[in-house]
Design a protein around this ligand. Structure first.
Ligand SMILES: *Cc1c(COP(=O)(O)O)cnc(C)c1O
Length: 362
């Protein structure tokens, strides 16, 4: 089976992890600091704080923003459930705002007055946050799909229009640490809060003794290990190459699929860089049959995503507009084709061939 996405780990990545295993620290040692510096530099942010997963990083972002019961946050229905769950973790309500079909991202012109926005850069095409009509108190970017993407305001992660930006290092994402995540921010206070939150809420008070700490707020153990951080730094060296290969595969799909009865994914505006986490086509006709037949042909297509308003915990959430027509329609048609740096041209050729065969009889 050709999967829709997978990691690319080389011998130098493996050697980097083995070196840590033979050293003194296997968690929260020097490799964490280095990976955080590498990531912050790579995206142009003042701080990067690593976590045990992207989901933990989203939870921490919502918590240090001060979001609490009585608050409401807005996000897109076309995302992984963690983008909305992070609001629920801190007791905030979720309001779902429909997508703009021309980008598959949240339609910012529909965002009501609210406390927070979790902006998801769907498939790797950044949301145009510069066009946000009214900035809520808290703006968090869920950039799990968008490491390596840029807008005219610079790399995603530089927080040009947000308080914090969240990344995931799950194996299908642009670089991997096994499981892992990070938050970037330009705020010293938020960075300090994030570091506390991932480490039980501990505050050291050395003046009372070298051992002494106090807990001033409830935190978690959301720490990344040094093994993972070493893998992350090694992978980050290849980010540009990975994203360029993803973009090349996307360009080849656009050319090879141009005449098929499908809609190709939204393109990047001039001056933007799409990082192509996904290549989500829209199938007009029996999407289920196309999915099943491609799977039978050992091509691991996927649907991103079952929209949030289909999940029982979100069916009763506020939705703008009622019924979320654009996201509902997109969900009925979307299908993500295999796209990852190690996909060979021959494998891609097979995907094109099978998709051409199957859609010919739609
Ligand atoms: C992958 C992903 C996450 C969660 O990341 P994990 O590291 O798997 O916890 C959150 N949001 C989106 C949009 C994602 O794709």
């Amino acid at each position: 089976m050709i999967p829709y996405g997978r990691q690319h780990v080389d011998d130098d990545d493996i050697a980097a992890v083995v070196r840590v295993l033979k050293g003194d620290w296997i968690t929260q040692g020097p490799h964490i600091d280095r990976f955080e510096e590498d990531l912050a530099r790579s995206v142009g942010a003042r701080h990067a704080v690593t976590f045990s997963s992207g989901t933990a990083a989203l939870h921490a972002s919502a918590a240090v923003s001060g979001l609490a019961p009585g608050d409401e946050g807005v996000t897109t229905p076309l995302t992984f459930v963690a983008s909305a769950n992070c609001l629920r973790y801190v007791g905030a309500e979720v309001c779902l705002v429909d997508i703009d079909p021309s980008t598959l991202n949240i339609d910012l012109s529909l965002v009501p007055p609210t406390d927070a926005l979790v902006a998801v850069h769907f498939a790797g095409l950044p949301v145009d946050l510069a066009s946000l009509p009214q900035r809520p108190r808290v703006v968090i970017e869920d950039a799990a799909h968008a490491l390596g993407a840029t807008t005219p305001d610079g790399p995603v992660g530089n927080c040009a229009h947000s308080d914090m930006c969240v990344f995931s290092f799950h194996p299908v994402k642009h670089v991997t640490t096994g499981e892992g995540g990070a938050v970037t921010t330009n705020s010293d206070d938020l960075a300090e809060g994030l570091r506390r939150f991932r480490n039980h809420g501990m505050v050291r008070k050395d003046e009372q003794g070298g051992w002494y700490y106090e807990i001033e707020s409830v935190g978690f153990n959301y720490r990344m290990t040094d093994l993972q951080a070493a893998l992350g730094s090694s992978q980050l060296l290849k980010l540009d190459r990975f994203v360029e290969r993803r973009r090349q595969i996307a360009a080849q799909y656009r050319q090879a699929l141009a005449d098929l009865p499908i809609t190709l994914p939204p393109e990047e505006p001039r001056g933007w860089r799409h990082s192509y986490h996904l290549f989500p086509i829209r199938v007009h006709g029996d999407r289920r049959r196309v999915y099943d037949e491609l799977r039978q042909a050992e091509i691991g297509v996927q649907v991103h995503y079952v929209p949030l308003h289909r999940h029982p915990i979100y069916t009763a959430s506020r939705a703008i507009p009622e019924g979320l027509p654009s996201a509902t329609k997109a969900y009925e048609e979307l299908l993500s084709l295999p796209l990852f740096p190690a996909l060979t041209d021959a494998e891609q050729g097979r995907v094109v061939q099978e998709l051409t065969r199957i859609t010919a009889s739609l």
